[in-house]
Design a protein around this ligand. Structure first.
Ligand SMILES: Nc1ncnc2c1ncn2[C@@H]1O[C@H](COP(=O)(O)OS(=O)(=O)O)[C@@H](OP(=O)(O)O)[C@H]1O
Ligand SMILES: [Mg+2]
Ligand SMILES: [Mg+2]
Ligand SMILES: [Mg+2]
Length: 334
């Protein structure tokens, strides 16, 4: 079946952005700024958001985009050198795809296309999910999703450091996961014209045989509570720790059965761009996603998953058992 215009635009956006991330990483240690919440943002985050918004604007000039980053710091004048590095990264990646050279004004304009609030139909973009992983040389993902009436209907995860094939057959590095509601989920390499292959979650129904994945960062998920849930399920394998929505991708292709993201403090609201693309990919591969209380993720409240707490994603058959174990370990919802 030919890919829909929306999925094709998201795939192209993911490829352009991934090329910018790779270009920045291979040049030198990426420079980073601290945002107001003390989290890092690099030249590559800005360049990737610019390229994703550029690709989406070409295909759907009227679609709103909710992106993680904005260009305020780059416009401030204090960061002129940083801003020119962002421009260079956009044009370096653009040359690989024969795109016309951009100006700094073009780049700032594309980045700020990501300032929408949402709506009935909108895109959400995490230009680098797992920025700490990117800085460490670990996993990261460019995450792009189309949300229609609260449902992620298209999802793309471009993972430049993830092996194309899972398991022992590592193959080449760089994998792009894509899904459109009703059409299934696929993986392909990051190269242009690569062929997509269908992916499916693992059929494992024995909790004791499950493999759990979780964030590397202990500030982003409660590792201790996850270990208690795993022990209740009888899981013996050590957790697989990897940065970013590469965790959704691993569960979607059967490389793990469970992804636990457990609140580290009351009141943290998960961001929609940290989950929407992963949800589309994993559900189309046969998996299930809820919050820790078993509620579906609610993408109708702007930039945050205001009505949810934490996230549990599974292969499908194990979901109810994991929710039961989580209910026994976690304090009830306040
Ligand atoms: N306290 C807290 N709890 C939960 N999540 C948080 C928290 N603080 C930050 N974030 C978000 O975590 C995103 C990174 O996801 P991961 O933890 O899976 O990756 S990583 O291990 O940090 O690399 C990260 O996304 P990026 O900023 O795109 O990297 C943040 O949006
Ligand atoms: Mg993120
Ligand atoms: Mg990010
Ligand atoms: Mg961030």
């Amino acid at each position: 079946m030919p890919e829909s215009v929306a999925l094709a635009a998201a795939v192209q956006a993911g490829r352009w952005a991934a090329a910018a991330c790779r270009a920045v990483r291979s040049a030198a240690d990426p420079s980073a700024l601290d945002k107001s919440d003390k989290s890092p943002v690099t030249v590559a985050d800005f360049a990737a958001q610019a390229l994703v918004c550029r690709a989406l604007a070409e295909a759907f000039p009227n679609d709103p985009v909710v992106g993680e980053e904005d260009a305020a710091a780059l416009r401030s004048g204090e960061q002129a050198k940083f801003a020119s590095q962002v421009l260079d990264a956009v044009n370096l990646a653009g040359r690989q795809f024969d795109l016309p050279a951009a100006t700094l004004d073009d780049v700032l304009g594309w980045i700020d296309r990501g300032g929408a609030e949402g709506g009935g139909r909108f895109w959400t973009v995490d230009p680098i999910d797992g920025t700490k992983g990117f800085l460490r040389g670990g996993q990261y993902a460019v995450a792009i999703a189309l949300i229609e009436n609260g449902v992620p209907t298209v999802g793309v995860l471009a993972c430049p450091n993830l092996p194309r094939n899972g398991g022992d057959d590592a193959g080449d590095t760089g994998a792009l996961f894509a899904a459109r509601r009703g059409d299934g989920a696929t993986v392909r390499s990051l190269g242009t014209n690569s062929t997509p292959t269908a992916i499916f979650t693992s059929p494992q129904a024995d909790p004791a045989a499950a493999r759990v994945c979780e964030s590397v960062e202990s500030g982003h998920t409660a590792h201790g509570a996850a270990a208690e849930i795993a022990a209740r399920l009888g899981v013996s394998a050590e957790p697989l720790r990897l940065d970013s929505q590469a965790k959704y991708a691993e569960v979607a292709r059967g490389g793990a059965e469970i992804y636990l993201r457990l609140p580290t403090r009351p009141g943290y609201v998960e961001r929609i761009w940290d989950h929407a693309a992963g949800v589309a990919v994993i559900e189309e591969a046969g998996g299930r996603v809820t919050d820790v209380d078993g509620r579906p993720l609610d993408f109708t409240h702007g930039r945050g998953l205001e009505r949810n707490r934490g996230v549990i994603a599974t292969n499908g058959p194990l979901h109810d058992a994991v929710l039961e174990a989580a209910a026994a370990v976690l304090a009830p919802r306040p």
